[in-house]
Design a binder for this molecule. Sequence first.
Ligand code: BES
Ligand code: ZN
Length: 879
Amino acid sequence: MKDGLSANSIYRKDYTVYPWDIDQLDLYFDIGSESTVVRAEMEFHLKGEEKETQDIVLNGSNLQLVSLSLNGHLLSSSDYAISGETLTIPHAPRKSVLKTEVKVYPAGNSALEGLYLSGAFLLTQCEAQGFRKITWFPDRPDVMTTYRVTMEADRSEFPVLLSNGNQEAAGDLADGRHWVRWQDPFPKPSYLFALVAGDLALVEDNFVTRSGRDVVLRIYVEEENLDRCEHAMESLINAMRWDEERFNLEYDLDIYHIVATNDFNMGAMENKSLNIFNSKYVLARPDAATDADYQGIEGVIGHEYFHNWTGNRVTCRDWFELTLKEGLTVFRDEEFSADMQSRAVKRIRVVRDLRGRQFPEDDGPMSHPIRPDRYVEINNFYTATVYQKGATIIRMYHTLLGEAGFQKGMKLYFERHDGQAVTCDDFLAAMADANGVDLERFGRWYSQSGTPQVHVSDHYDAAAQKYTLTLKQHTPVTHDQQTKQSLVIPFAVGLLNAKGEELPLQLENETDASGSTRLLVLEKAQQEYTFINIAEAPVPSLFRDYSAPVKIFYDYSHAQLATLIAYDSDAYVRWDAAQRMAQDVILEQCRRHANGKEMKVDSSLLRAFRGILSDHQADPALLAEAMILPDEDYLAEQMEVVDVDGIHAARKFIKQGLASDLVALLAERYAELNDGQPYQKTSGDMARRALKNVCLSYLLETSAGESRAIAQLEASDNMTDTLAAINGLILVDSPIADGALSEFETRWREDTLVMDKWFTIQAIKPGPGTLNRVRELMQHPAFSIQNPNKVRALIGVFAMLNPTGFHAADGSGYTFHADRVIELDGLNPQIAARMASAFNRWKRYDDPRKKLMKAQLQRIAAVDNLSGDVSEIVNNALR
Ligand code: BES
Ligand code: ZN
């Protein structure tokens, strides 16, 4: 198997243009859950003038071929060749009409790719390569054509028949059947095709675009969910307005449809005018959804809507260019959320996510540049690197060019490429040309993997009143790449005096002091910056607003961190300083724990957290973020060899120490925030709930917590408060936790999204009993291994968010998890591969755990007929 990976790889450098243009694709579906007949008709035109004939090469997978005809002649099996997923018709004439008929089996499709069944309806998922599971077609994003789709089905079973674009015609047929025809006027790649057929209810609204187009907005859900669509609709309308105001981009059709399904591999999908969403990112009602759910819905609705321009109107040449649409669209959804809620809080959450998920990925067996050079299974490359690091690189253009320059670049990008399938180089060229700047060196971010490190040192010259910062960059080699180059790293700094006041900044070569934040642009391996007229040794406020996907190393003293925590004007720096101090203290206790020494609570941390908690000026949501201690996985990433139990013990010890020292203040702040006012979904109310529930989680480390949690649970009118209370009671082993869990179950057992939360709060509980509980829960009637949300809520959470459970020293967590990966691989390879990645960091643990994890990876790798998805993950990990 060692060479299997390279043998199956697809390389970016091998791209070739598809030789044919396709005018229009006519699709006809005879819909049935057990089997659906798909007929396709398309006209091929050979590009260029040179040749008279050319092979037609199509993709298909799991299709039962009924018939194939070319230019009116039925083809027999000797007229074409099928090998793997490709069908070749040799020497087709310059103009060729191809007709195909196939049968597919939706109800038996557990991979949730292609056409499949969810509850009472059928739906499709085509990105990246699912269209080939529906019909034979050149299933690649640079082949774009217009689609006309006719569906026929039983009217009572499938009253709603949807596809992309506008409804053109519909009618009744004999025997209670009906048909509907849709036409999408915009040429699109096959991955944006969608179809939905079944019994769905809808909520309708409308939006008038800036130029006066009246757009009908419909959200389709299962009947019982009609009362949970309001927030999604409001988010959609906000997204449409925001894209006009901020990006000058208007919607381009008269209809925008969203369909919610419980069975979805991802979060949501941007099919042209027919978005399909995981119901988790549509449905919300205060009693059933948390504030995080509300924010998630707003962000994902925005994201898929924004793809209409960045993804659909301008799409990717091939899948190596995925970050062209995903990085850019994540940047846009981050900005949308920042403009709708609190910019600073959004920024911190984005940074936490990047550091927590993307940095480990970039340092592990799956490291790859945001534009990869090779893959085995494209589904494995919808990664934190392509998405979150990709978005950070788009943000760097924005930082370097400013809002106006960035928008000039976007405008040129659309002028040049509307209707095309293009590359990241084209995006970079538009940004460079629109601004008259050279971005060649900046382009290295697209091809270099790994997380750069910036090491900062400083020197204060009191006599000359000069302060010099020296920045050195270095990118450690990664699994996939042995040599690294210097990158362009925007790096914003400020300087504070001992009182926490911001100093005016003047660099040596500048004539005047101006402003208190200076954007430095590091391009070489090492650069020095000298600030003049600095009257005392300053505290450097480094990397304001987190301006690049890099790790910053500077030997901060606790006194310096305390100044930043208390006074810095940049919310990211304040938060980061608190995280650094907490991390430093926890890792120190972890070392003491390992050496058999008693752990201690650090007094500067106590003072800093007391200051945070006493701050009545700052946004409570920011204070909440600052008080959340770095999580166990993030701490693990900072250690040479991960000490699973030591980290857990040290973090717990520090949290308890903080809680008992600050108990009076925590109780006071909790009481003041727990004001008994009815639930509202405003960002101010969410912020207060966030801080309140962080206070509660600390209080639960003391004897003052339990009674408050019980009272909160009883009084709660919303899921945020309910879940925080129950989760807290479980974590501290309260005797009433079991009762609370079973009451929760009784109330919500029919509600699939809420039951996901019920599974999660049990799977996340640290300690040895949890694995057995997870096993039991797999037998619960609400659990199904076929449903990705359930798998993520129970199995995924146990493996990825419960380090002491998953990494139990006896290896029981590993064996259990490998069994699940193997079981899932037979059902849904995409989900199986995501789960398999829980083993990716195996080399960072102690020898006994390494051995145990390696054995499980080998056991998975040895399974017969293992999918390419899982095989790529485990073989990379083993290499
Ligand atoms: N295009 C993707 C959905 C997708 C990804 C479908 C991979 C099939 C395979 C969509 O735009 C997306 O990126 N969705 C994200 C959520 C988003 C807010 C980052 C997802 O599904 O996780
Ligand atoms: Zn996307």
